[in-house]
Design a protein around this ligand. Structure first.
Ligand SMILES: Cc1ncc(C[n+]2csc(CCOP(=O)(O)OP(=O)(O)O)c2C)c(N)n1
Length: 558
């Protein structure tokens, strides 16, 4: 019966499109692991640390856009997947959490490795169910329907993790194999917008001159032209967040690449209307701007019903796929004449002066180097903190068509190596992962898994001996406590870590070495040593030069 349950759960997962299962070893979970090992339709990823396993699964599911299962044994093992579950929940990434558990008679009586796993992930899962220990009254149809529904809830908007807590009673193995017939099929569907509502919006928007389209985090899509078509029709600028997926179309005329610096330096760009497509935004200056301006219409379009409105400024919300919204709306619009040209001219001006403003061998200089030199077939991942912020500002490569990844559901500096490995494997492209030193230290364990990756990953660790971001905050003036409590300064170097995990290592002394590594396309760890105080000065110098330049030339463009 145990074998039958385990093998049917795995067979149903495979039938409903789960192509990868990520697991750490354990005994209570062994039946599910064995069934997975013998299921040829599912790839396996095995690593000793559940936290890294779960972040790997998150990365793989995000990049491959398909559901991934995570399998853990009982006890604290399941707690270790919590951070990745939180991230996946906030980033709408489909994960099926299979946690093995003791049967009812061993609950709440101090049996070994047993704790309360029921509803363990609280509101971070889209759905959860108990799979009791196998018994004859529990039918195959019930089990098949439960697994099918779990995958449906994980993948259907709002996508995210689901939890199946699976009890197993000893003895475990009978050695028999069981096949499960497919039981129920869920057809893909998404929400459409009624024609009268579209017409209302077409009329409303056609009359507005000063509109802006803000593109937040969206899954990589081949339908980006729909967004540009809408922007063209309206003649509105498009501000593309690093996670919008629009930067692979960087040469599109309606894109405003340098909107972060533009909004920091030009004060009177108040819009009548904002259309916010997709999810979260990285840029602090953009968020500050949204908080400050008062458009009469602020519409958000995202395919889930969650509230994304940190400033409580939305005036309208449409729940549908943003690409679908643009495709349906564009034909109904009358071509407008708006202020896109002005935004473009200002952004172009910033771009023209950026190289002069950047000091070359610096943290922003590294991002800019990748902007110019990253081969077009590479994917790239930026860890949270300064790498992703600098990239949002300076990484706008014209010839880069690989996806740009980050981990912005909850912006954690945890699991960043595991996620990067999962992303590379899920997208099946070589990947550069730019990591802060604390982010790298946090997930050093995951380096052990890099050799399981079938594509090369070049880790660039920006080592500024602690949390560089804190030097930009007012708390840097608390000099008696700053280094120990916030920067958490250290003197670690990554050479020995690379050696331990058998990864070729370079301490970067020039960007030519980086270029060589990019050309060689082999897994490597490259350490770029930086300095936190100098990094603040480098950023201040860029701000000041762009500000002076806008003051000098900006007026003539408006
Ligand atoms: C799991 C987690 N813990 C703590 C934080 C708070 N935090 C944000 S940035 C940061 C420092 C990151 O340092 P590092 O990775 O070296 O990047 P740098 O700031 O130097 O760019 C910390 C601790 C977080 N985002 N996630």
């Amino acid at each position: 019966m145990n074998d039958r349950f385990a093998s049917q759960i795995i067979t149903h997962l495979a039938h409903h499109g789960v192509r990868r299962i990520c697991l750490a070893p354990g005994s209570r979970s062994s039946l599910l692991a064995a069934a997975a090992a013998r299921e040829p339709r599912i790839e396996k990823f095995v690593h000793h640390d559940e936290r890294g396993v779960a972040f790997h699964a998150y990365g793989y599911a995000k990049a491959s856009k398909s559901p991934v299962a995570i399998l853990t044994t009982s006890g604290s093992a399941i707690g270790n997947i919590f951070p990745a579950v939180m991230e996946a929940s906030h980033d709408h990434v489909p994960l099926i959490l299979l946690t093995a558990d003791r049967p009812t008679e061993l609950q709440d009586c101090m049996a070994n490795q047993t704790c309360d796993q029921v509803k363990f992930f609280g509101s971070y899962v889209r759905w959860q169910a108990e799979i009791p220990a196998a018994e004859p009254q529990l039918s195959d149809e019930w089990l098949g329907s439960t697994v099918a529904y779990a995958v449906f809830r994980a993948t259907n908007s709002p996508a995210g993790p689901v939890h199946l807590n699976c009890q197993f009673r000893e003895p475990f193995f009978s050695g028999k194999h069981y096949d499960a017939p497919p039981f129920i099929e869920y057809e893909p569907s998404y929400k459409t917008i009624a024609k009268p509502i579209l017409k209302k919006w077409a009329d409303k928007l056609s009359g507005l001159k000063k509109g802006v389209i803000i593109a937040g985090a969206m899954p990589f899509s081949k339908r980006n032209s729909a967004i540009f078509e809408l922007a063209n029709k309206l003649d509105w600028p498009v501000l593309p967040d690093l996670m919008s997926g629009l930067r692979s179309d960087a040469s599109h005329p309606s894109l405003i690449p340098y909107y972060v610096d533009l909004l920091k330096t030009v004060s009177d760009l108040d819009p009548d209307c904002i259309i916010h497509l997709g999810d979260r935004l990285i840029s602090k200056p953009l968020l500050t701007w949204i908080e400050k301006v008062n458009p009469s219409v602020y519409l958000m379009v995202a395919d889930h019903h969650y509230r994304y409105d940190p400033f409580h400024k939305l005036t309208h919300r449409i729940v549908t796929d943003p690409h679908h919204f643009c495709e349906e709306l564009s034909p109904l619009l009358h071509p407008g004449l708006s202020w896109q040209t002005e935004w473009k001219a200002l952004s172009h001006l910033i771009e023209g002066h950026l190289e002069d403003a950047l000091s070359p061998f610096s943290e922003p200089g590294l991002i800019r180097y990748l902007h110019s030199h990253l081969p077009s077939h590479f994917a790239i991942y930026f860890s949270n903190s300064m790498p992703i912020r600098d990239a949002d500002r300076f990484f706008f490569p014209r010839l880069h068509h690989g996806p740009i990844f980050g981990q912005r559901g909850l912006s954690g500096i945890d699991g960043n190596i595991g996620a990067a490995i999962g992303l590379a494997e899920g997208i099946k492209r070589p990947l550069v992962a730019v990591l802060g030193d604390l982010a790298a230290l946090h997930d050093l364990n995951s380096l052990a898994a890099v050799h399981k990756c079938t594509v090369p990953i070049i880790f660039i660790v920006v080592n500024n001996s602690g949390g560089g971001i804190f030097s930009f905050l007012p708390l840097k003036d608390q000099t008696d406590i700053f280094e120990d409590y916030f920067a958490t300064s250290h003197n670690w170097k990554f050479a020995k870590a690379a050696e331990m995990f058998n990864i070729p290592y370079t301490a970067l002394s020039s960007f030519e070495e980086l270029q060589r590594a990019l050309r060689e396309e082999k897994t490597a760890l490259i350490e770029f040593t930086s300095n936190r105080e100098q990094n603040v000065l480098d950023h201040q110098a860029i701000d000041q030069k762009i500000c002076e330049m806008i003051e000098h030339f900006g007026g003539a463009l408006r």
